[in-house]
Design a protein around this ligand. Sequence first.
Ligand code: DGL
Length: 279
Amino acid sequence: MSTQPASGARADRPIGVFDSGVGGLSILRALRAELPHEDFVYFADSGHAPYGERDGAHVIARSRAITSQLRAEHGIKALVIACNTATAAAVHLLREEHPDLPIIGVEPALKPAVALSRTHRIGVMATRGTLGSAKFAVLLDSLSGLAEFVLQPCDGLADAIEHQETSKITALCEKYTREMGPFGPGSGQIDTLVLGCTHYPFASGPLRALLGPEVHFIDTGEPVARHTRQLLLTRQVSLQPADRPGRGQLTLISTGQPGDLQAAAQRWLGIDATARSAA
Ligand code: DGL
């Protein structure tokens, strides 16, 4: 990994965060807790979502366009790809094309799940794009023999969360967890569930109601936020001064309906910020 600092990155530049839609707010929440003085620009590509059931070329093209836009218009000092599907498809290309920009990706948290599971049977809910990617195959291979992974592509679930279709969210959670099959702490049961798409933490209410209190849910928000801080330090990217008064600024941008992003930020993060349309 390069240790070159982001060229021209000043402490007062924001950190860019993007996802196919509102799911990456689950990562943004952890980032704001870990780096409270930093400014963030959150880019929801809702006008081109979902990514998980589209071909890789679409996701790569969108990831490239968003990265260029965030650099040109906001001079971001680092980029967090708050989307498992976009990370799997494009993180290696973006790092090649922007060697001076620290880029953090997300991937399903299989390693922490292996450490936590007692039954060694682990469920992984993710998009079809993530589960079918070469990057995920390498991750799975690196853990071979350590646990049994039950992989569940969840078509339609991110889209239902994106549009707050409550009864559809519940029906899809019910269908997919039934297909993965028995959950619980007993031998042969799945005791740990990896939420391998950044939208899914926002379905943890219905999932908890279906699976009961004993199943561990694992998402990537906090580890990604810690890793972001560490990478910024390693790459010598200046942070905002710790005595900066108040919280950092948040800019919300959407290629879909800005009102939907604004409502999601209010609902899930308690943030009152005006979202605007990506020109
Ligand atoms: N939130 C995204 C992820 O983590 C993908 C959702 C989608 O657009 O399919 O994979």
